[in-house]
Design a protein around this ligand. Structure first.
Ligand SMILES: [Zn+2]
Length: 157
């Protein structure tokens, strides 16, 4: 029998607030921020104890990932519209003929082409799968990232 567990990031406090720039869209090409929430759905077969996966373990991993992004400037390292120069103490980003300078410790560098909710969901799913020790009874994992309340992107492995 197949079941799933679901965690809602707004209600379980798996959230982060971050700043970003999406150079591909004019309005989003200016530095701005969002409050994000991370959701997860894990489909599988309950074990003998009736459990697919331990909620506590799942929430702990997601919380750590969200904390790593919280109150940071999200920088998509693979974006080819932004010129990203990393210096010892600061990062200079030239995007759409504008220059931004941030302290290195305020930034998080992500291996994605843009910080859309879709790409953030994919990044978080990858990290989650690397960190979680899921047993064979787990069939699929779906991660969702809401960019503000009521709109989000979901991705499944
Ligand atoms: Zn945005």
């Amino acid at each position: 029998m197949k079941s799933y567990i679901k965690i809602d990031g707004w209600k379980s406090n798996i959230r982060f607030s971050s700043a970003h720039i999406i150079p591909e869209y004019e309005k989003c090409g200016r530095l701005h921020g969002h409050s994000y929430a991370v959701h997860i759905k894990i489909v599988g077969e309950p074990d003998k104890k009736g459990i697919i996966v331990d909620f506590t373990q799942v929430k702990k991993i997601l919380k750590e990932i969200a904390d790593g992004l919280d109150h940071k400037v999200l920088i998509p390292e693979e974006n080819n519209l932004a010129n990203i120069e990393k210096h010892e103490n600061f990062v200079k980003i030239v995007v759409l003929n504008k220059e931004y300078i941030f302290p290195v410790e305020d930034c998080v560098f992500l291996p994605i082409v843009s910080t859309s909710a879709e790409n953030l969901a994919s990044y978080i799913l990858d990290l989650f799968l690397k960190r979680a020790k899921l047993s064979k009874n787990v069939e699929s994992v779906e991660v969702g990232v809401d960019e503000g309340y009521g709109q989000g992107a979901f991705i499944r492995n």
